[in-house]
Unconditional design. Structure first.
Length: 298
């Protein structure tokens, strides 16, 4: 379990001559063993915050302490060790290697960490059992459903037994039922494996599973409350406007993914069969998004 403390975080991105302020003096404290949800509209700074805590992005100013260690000014060598040993990442897009089986994908972080083959194989099998995929461990990502792929990604994030799990919209590419199952899996891992979990989500039903919920707006944490207070938290509204923005962003990401897929086919990195399988899945997701947008009268 890890304790995370963010103090006066500022992050400014420079795009040409334009400065974009993503975080504006943000403060946050997540206790050891806590399951914290971060909610807020698109562009509010959620992903930037997670990337800074994970050691992927450096803040422009401010400090992040993980277990009393200031990670903001660590040398790159130490940051690599921090990301490899202390943090498990789970993303919206599953980031699995398409040519490897589920078992091999879970083993991969342990290969990079230099863990002996037999030890990492046993560990990977154990983790796939924990996430409910003992019967699918020899399947490649193209042979797995979206929910199954995310379970593999979660197992991979746990491979090196990190005390801190960071999840950025891990259910964003899944239907509501599967998404809730994945969220409940995070809750189980948090409880049974004693992990500190920070999850970014726009889904209120998933946020309610957390111990506490923090709402971010315009680059700062504006309030933190327990799930039982979510109805009274008038400012926490997953409004139609915000939902449309999220859906439009999903459409854009899937469109980009389709273009990458076409390039992979052209370059021979994937087979025609793999292309057809993955392309059909992405098109189905696009159709689901379009249907949901129509239901919102957009």
């Amino acid at each position: 379990m890890s304790e995370v403390v963010c103090e006066d975080l500022i992050k400014i991105y420079k795009i040409g001559k334009v400065e974009v302020v993503a975080l504006r003096g943000l403060n946050l404290r997540v206790d050891r063993g806590e399951f914290r949800a971060i909610v807020g509209p698109s562009g509010s700074g959620k992903t930037t915050l997670l990337n800074i805590i994970g050691g992927i992005t450096k803040p422009t100013a401010g400090r992040v302490y993980v277990d009393d260690v200031d990670i903001t000014n660590l040398p790159e060598k130490n940051l690599v060790a921090y990301r490899r040993k202390k943090v498990g990442f789970v993303f919206q897009f599953f980031n699995l290697v398409p040519t490897l089986t589920a078992l091999e994908n879970v083993e991969l972080p342990m290969v990079l960490a230099g863990i002996p083959r037999e030890q990492r194989r046993n560990r990977a099998i154990e983790l796939l059992k924990i996430v409910g995929l003992e019967g699918r461990m020899h399947h490649k990502p193209s042979e797995l459903s979206g929910g199954e792929q995310q379970r593999v990604a979660i197992a991979a994030a746990l491979a090196n037994d990190p005390p801190l799990i960071l999840a950025d919209e891990p259910t964003g590419e899944l239907d509501s039922v599967t998404g809730l199952q994945i969220a409940e899996l995070f809750k189980k891992l948090h409880t049974e494996l004693n992990k500190t979990v920070i999850i970014v989500t726009h889904d209120a039903s998933i946020a309610k599973l957390a111990d506490r919920i923090s709402r971010i707006a315009d680059g700062i944490i504006v309030e933190t409350f327990i799930p039982a207070e979510i109805k009274e938290a008038a400012k926490v509204e997953f409004s139609i406007h915000e939902k449309v923005t999220e859906l439009e962003n999903k459409k854009l990401e899937i469109t980009k993914e389709i273009e990458r897929l076409k390039k992979d086919l052209s370059s021979g990195r994937i087979t025609p069969d793999e292309f057809v399988e993955r392309y059909a899945r992405l098109k189905d997701k696009l159709e689901e998004i379009e249907k949901e947008l129509r239901s919102l009268r957009v």
